[in-house]
Design a protein around this ligand. Structure first.
Ligand SMILES: C[S@@+](CC[C@H](N)C(=O)[O-])C[C@H]1O[C@@H](n2cnc3c(N)ncnc32)[C@H](O)[C@@H]1O
Length: 206
């Protein structure tokens, strides 16, 4: 999703809105340290697990209704997709309590973060910004992305499509504003594609 190189993995990475994903746990197992934040980290493992199991049936139902919107090379069908997600989440849950204690999972929310200027090398956001364009305003996107740029000098956001698999209406206004402020904001191809046409990230650098 982010074209991360082996060198990138050694840098200080912030995962924004990581939720119950396995990236932090997998990186930790490889000897790298990532900080992930999400409002859901206010909840206990049991509470998050409960929500995840409720979600499983919704994913199966929603994806099953619009199968033609997705590329079925990585996953056989909606059940295979949901099983894969549950496997990733199990890795997260096994790591969650230890990661909370070590400060690898932190309770923070965009658009305002308590981290210092330039505290991280890379800030990543997957499946939050742009994807929820109908739920989150342009102002929220601009404030959040500028906040990510404050705490990291390399910011990557994936995907650039909304939930209906259309390019987010906020993409161009966000790019224009960022370029006015002196950032480069490149729509860059990546290897991963599950939503049809969702194979690009926004790569922002100072
Ligand atoms: C669809 S999930 C994506 C999780 C993960 N990034 C992934 O790709 O699997 C969206 C996540 O964004 C989190 N979220 C919602 N509002 C947020 C905010 N204001 N700041 C940070 N994260 C937020 C949710 O709690 C949820 O975990």
């Amino acid at each position: 999703m982010f074209s991360l190189t082996d060198d990138d993995l050694k840098r200080k990475i912030l995962g924004c809105g990581d939720g119950p994903a396995s990236f932090n746990a997998e990186m930790y197992a490889l000897g790298h340290r990532v900080i992930s934040f999400d409002p859901v980290y206010a909840f206990s493992r049991a509470e998050i697990e409960q929500r995840v199991h409720e979600m499983y049936h919704k994913i199966v139902e929603q994806v099953g209704k619009s199968r033609e919107d997705y590329v079925w090379t990585r996953f056989r069908d909606e059940y295979d997709l949901a099983d894969h997600r549950l496997t990733c989440m199990r890795r997260f849950f096994e790591d969650y309590d230890a990661g909370l204690a070590e400060g690898r999972y932190q309770l923070e929310s965009l658009p305002t973060l308590s981290f210092g200027d330039g505290q991280f090398d890379i800030a990543l956001s997957s499946h939050l910004l742009f994807l929820y364009s109908e739920q989150l305003s342009l102002e929220f996107h601009l404030e959040s992305i500028l906040e990510m740029c404050r705490v990291a000098h390399d910011v990557r956001i994936f995907p650039l499509l909304d939930l209906k698999c259309r390019t987010s209406a906020y993409l161009e206004p966000v790019r224009t504003r960022l370029m006015e402020l002196g950032y480069s904001a490149d729509v860059t191809p990546v290897d991963y594609e599950f939503q049809k046409g969702g194979n690009t990230m926004l790569w922002i650098r100072k």
